[in-house]
Design a protein around this ligand. Structure first.
Ligand code: NAD
Length: 285
């Protein structure tokens, strides 16, 4: 984690990428860690419901919602409050600048941002919804418990932005968290026991984007979810330059090792991503 390793990675980027073609950036919870939003596998730890402790991976499931919707809604409303109170950091702002500068050159379509984050911070930083694929949803929205209905709705403002940790929803919230046709709503996220689709989660658009990409940058993800793994493996198979920026070693840093077209840069997103974006913009033509 030295500036020396940053300089080496930037030198590599300048020589490995010819500056042409589309750029795909993939982000995970690590990019929002410096905004104060805990990662799942980080220090947030367990969540207590009744006399039992749960890990986030057990709560972010369809099965848990079916068993205890009041508690799962309460957990999401609490997490939403944490996200609403957070602000985009230097890494989010750098990616917004990347999209905006390419757009100013008339090359907006060269940029795609695929994010696993549900916190909405990329959009608040200035990336556009059109070019940001929120492949795990957005915590500010809800949708019907009936899967056939793919419409999404904002969480009603009457719910408020803050929610007490550990508090389940009650009658009042149950009446507010419904779709316009009266069907109960659920958080608009992709749970660990569910599958991607195009309409809600931009599954095919993401796969098409990595087929087209000439450069891929992966930031702050442990590499433990499906579609991100497919993206990284496809980038490796296609042999396009692939830069992995992560605070810790991860599944992705391991697969990058020994591949001539891939580099692992170990460090914090907020510290290193602005320089990576400067290099990409200087190189892009
Ligand atoms: P993860 O928690 O599995 O991994 C986060 C990775 O980020 C880790 O490898 C860690 O080393 C790295 N990291 C931590 N701080 C960093 C920093 N400052 N700079 C760079 N890297 C840093 O996260 P994931 O891979 O995104 O998977 C978790 C799942 O949970 C996702 O599907 C996501 O939808 C959800 N989630 C979202 C949020 C959010 O929206 N902010 C937060 C937690 C979990």
């Amino acid at each position: 984690m030295t500036s020396n390793s940053l300089a080496i990675a930037l030198d590599w980027l300048s020589s490995a990428w010819d500056g042409k073609g589309p750029i795909l950036v993939l982000t995970g919870a690590g990019i929002s860690a410096e905004s104060g939003i805990p990662t799942f596998r980080g220090e947030e730890g367990y969540w207590r419901i009744g006399s039992r402790n749960y890990f986030p991976q057990e709560l972010a499931t369809r099965a848990a919602f079916a068993r205890m919707p009041e508690h799962i809604w309460g957990w999401y409303l609490y997490r939403r409050g944490v996200c609403r109170a957070a602000a985009p950091n230097a890494a989010h702002l750098a990616l917004a600048r990347l999209e905006q500068e390419l757009a100013a050159r008339g090359e907006a379509e060269r940029f795609v941002l695929v994010t696993q984050n549900v916190d909405g911070l990329h959009l608040r930083a200035g990336n556009t919804l059109e070019r940001t694929y929120q492949i795990h949803g957005n915590i500010d929205f809800m949708r019907s418990v009936d899967d056939r209905d793919t419409r999404i709705f904002p969480i009603p403002p009457e719910i408020g932005e803050r929610w007490e940790r550990g508090k389940p929803i009650g009658e009042r919230e149950r009446a507010l968290l419904v779709c316009p046709d009266g069907t109960p709503a659920r958080p608009h996220v992709l749970w660990f026991d569910e599958s991607y689709d195009e309409e809600r989660f931009r599954f095919h658009s993401t796969l098409a984007a990595i087929e087209r990409a000439a450069l891929a940058i992966v930031v702050g993800t442990s590499g433990s979810t499906n579609l991100p793994s497919m993206v990284v493996h496809r980038a490796l198979e296609r042999g396009i330059p692939l830069l992995i920026l992560n605070r810790d070693e991860s599944t992705f840093s391991a697969v990058a090792r020994g591949r001539p077209a891939a580099r692992f840069l170990q460090g914090r997103a907020g510290e290193y991503l602005p320089s990576v974006v400067d290099t990409v913009l200087a190189q892009a033509r």
